[in-house]
Design a protein around this ligand. Structure first.
Ligand code: 4AD
Ligand code: MG
Length: 509
């Protein structure tokens, strides 16, 4: 019977059968060391002449990277090895010998990796990210299911725009004069199912035709959209906070090893998440971003300036080390090991410097953007950075100016210029992960908004019915699933958070 690597701890000193692929191989004379991966983990397998015999050792030596094998072997505890175990192989069967693997051990550029995404997914880092993604998915369902929410799927093909017409994917399919759009959000349908079921959530694919290439935009992404009857903005924020905290905590509990050891995620997020999330009105957030108001004695602009100074200092230090290693590499009669060691230090430093120099170029632009932020506008990534930088916690920004928010958001009774909308911004530069609001439940006002936004009234007739028949205060939000995974794993680009990302220019594989 096949055992999985993740379960090895239950089989210490026993003989097990593992199926998997060779993710690394080293041989020396009478022994071969294989790192086997089976989808559940990675384990070192030792094929040595004395235990495995000559035929098995010969087979092991023929193995190429990514060849598929079955082994029988004894599980030994070995704290020095990855996962804490080593397999002493007694039998080795080959399913297939892989051709020369394109993703060898050397560094590859992003384009090459993206073109080989179907293979890239096999590497340890990508595997760890996908594990976190899966863990988050399950935690999300657990959260809602255990609180009486019903999961309700909303359609992918729709006849109306939910989030503005500029990012709609349209298809002509039903009739020439009836455009069918790919859904930007399941919200309007979630509102309908909430009026039937009380508390619901959708978890489905959504589409935005965005041509801008940024590290946090996909054209196809997954969204979780809860919608609750009899909820106002504050109850909505309370739910968002409890939801995000629970999911982050659950994922950390389940994937600590992947997060800390493989992805080298800084753990501040997991340590801080138990504190209350700050809640800030938009107008105050603007003053903070512009440096006109301080938070606990900290000024957003001054903090950014200090960051820039820090980055410049680190660059100077690293350039010095780089020069030192380059000098050492010139020493005559170096051993091969020394050359390799110095070279790897140099490569590492050059890599670090590239990132730091990007920062040194970017921060002055962020500073410029934050200092001159025009009140009334939506936040850009730099503004979100300037703000969240002061908290080390997710920050709620609520009470947004009406003109920049969607037609369905409810306005404040005492001030028409603001809507009861809320965004949750993740710290460490990740920015918006949640957008939500209390919804307009007054049919007259809603009709007015639909006209203002120049949306086709016929397409919203069914939506208006929700206000005709038993209208109630209600609220909900949308969490971008890949944004969440990005933040949890700490990766700097959203393309690594979904198995096969779709963004402008990327349709294959
Ligand atoms: O803020 P958004 O546009 O809100 C809505 O769609 C509402 N209808 C949600 C609701 O109230 N039910 O999108 C919600 C979230 C964003 O906060 C962000 O995390 C994510 O979806 N998102 C994207 N993620 C990846 N790529 C994109 N192009 C995204 N656009 C939005
Ligand atoms: Mg938004």
């Amino acid at each position: 019977m096949q055992t999985y690597i993740k379960d090895l701890s239950q089989h210490v000193e026993q003989t097990v059968v593992l199926n998997g692929w060779v993710s690394n191989k080293r041989t020396s004379g009478k022994v071969a060391f294989l790192v086997l991966r089976d989808g559940s983990g990675f384990a070192q397998c030792v094929v040595d002449l004395a235990t495995a015999g000559e035929e098995n050792l010969e087979r092991a030596k023929r193995l190429t990277l990514e060849s598929a094998i079955k082994i029988h072997g004894k599980v030994l505890r070995d704290e020095k090895q990855e996962g804490g175990f080593e397999i002493q192989v007694t039998d080795l069967h080959i399913y297939s010998i892989a051709e020369e693997y394109p993703l060898g051990k050397k560094e590859h550029g992003v384009d090459f990796l993206m073109n080989n995404r179907h293979l890239w997914l096999r590497t340890k880092r990508q595997w760890a990210i996908m594990k976190v993604r899966n863990s988050a998915l399950f935690a999300i369902h657990r959260f809602f299911q255990s609180r009486g929410f019903m999961q309700m799927d909303s359609p992918i093909l729709t006849g109306n725009a939910c989030e503005g017409t500029t990012t709609l994917f349209d298809t002509i399919f039903y009739k020439d004069d009836l455009p069918a759009y790919l859904s930007q959000s399941g919200q309007l349908y979630a509102e309908a199912t909430a009026m039937a079921m009380g508390k619901v959530y959708t978890f489905g694919p959504t589409f935005r035709a965005e041509r801008s290439l940024t590290p946090r935009h996909l054209s196809e992404f997954w969204m979780i959209e809860p919608e609750m009857a009899f909820y106002d903005l504050e109850m909505n924020m309370n739910l968002i906070e409890e939801f995000v905290r629970t999911v982050v905590t659950d994922v950390y509990t389940e994937c600590k090893d992947e997060l800390v050891n493989i992805l080298e995620r800084k753990t501040a997020l997991f340590d801080n998440i138990h504190q209350p999330f700050p809640r800030i009105e938009y107008d105050r957030a603007v003053r903070i971003i512009r440096g006109e108001e301080e938070v606990d004695g900290k000024n957003a602009i001054k903090e950014l300036e200090a960051d820039l100074e820090g980055v410049r200092q680190v660059i100077a230090d690293k350039q010095q080390s780089l020069a030192d290693y380059e000098q050492k590499l010139q020493t005559p009669n170096l051993k091969k090991g020394e050359v390799n060691y110095f070279q790897s230090k140099i490569d590492g430093l050059k890599n670090d410097l590239k990132k730091l120099e990007d920062d040194a170029r970017n921060i002055p632009q962020w500073l410029e953007s934050a200092r001159n932020f025009p009140p009334g506008e939506d936040f850009g990534a730099p503004d979100e950075k300037a703000l969240t930088r002061l908290f080390d916690l997710p920050v709620f920004v609520y009470k947004w100016p009406s003109p920049i928010k969607a037609f369905y958001m409810k306005r404040y009774e005492d001030d028409d210029n603001y809507v009861k909308g809320v965004d949750l911004l993740a710290p460490e530069g990740f920015g918006e992960i949640v957008g939500g609001s209390q919804r307009e439940d007054d049919i007259e006002k809603l009709i007015e908004r639909i006209k203002e936004h120049e949306l086709p009234m016929e397409a919203f007739e069914w939506y208006l019915d929700l206000r005709r028949y038993g209208s109630v205060p209600h609220a909900g939000f949308g969490l971008g699933f890949e944004r969440l995974v990005m933040w949890l794993t700490g990766v700097s680009h959203i393309r690594e958070t979904i198995p096969f990302p779709r963004y402008f220019g990327r349709l294959f594989p």
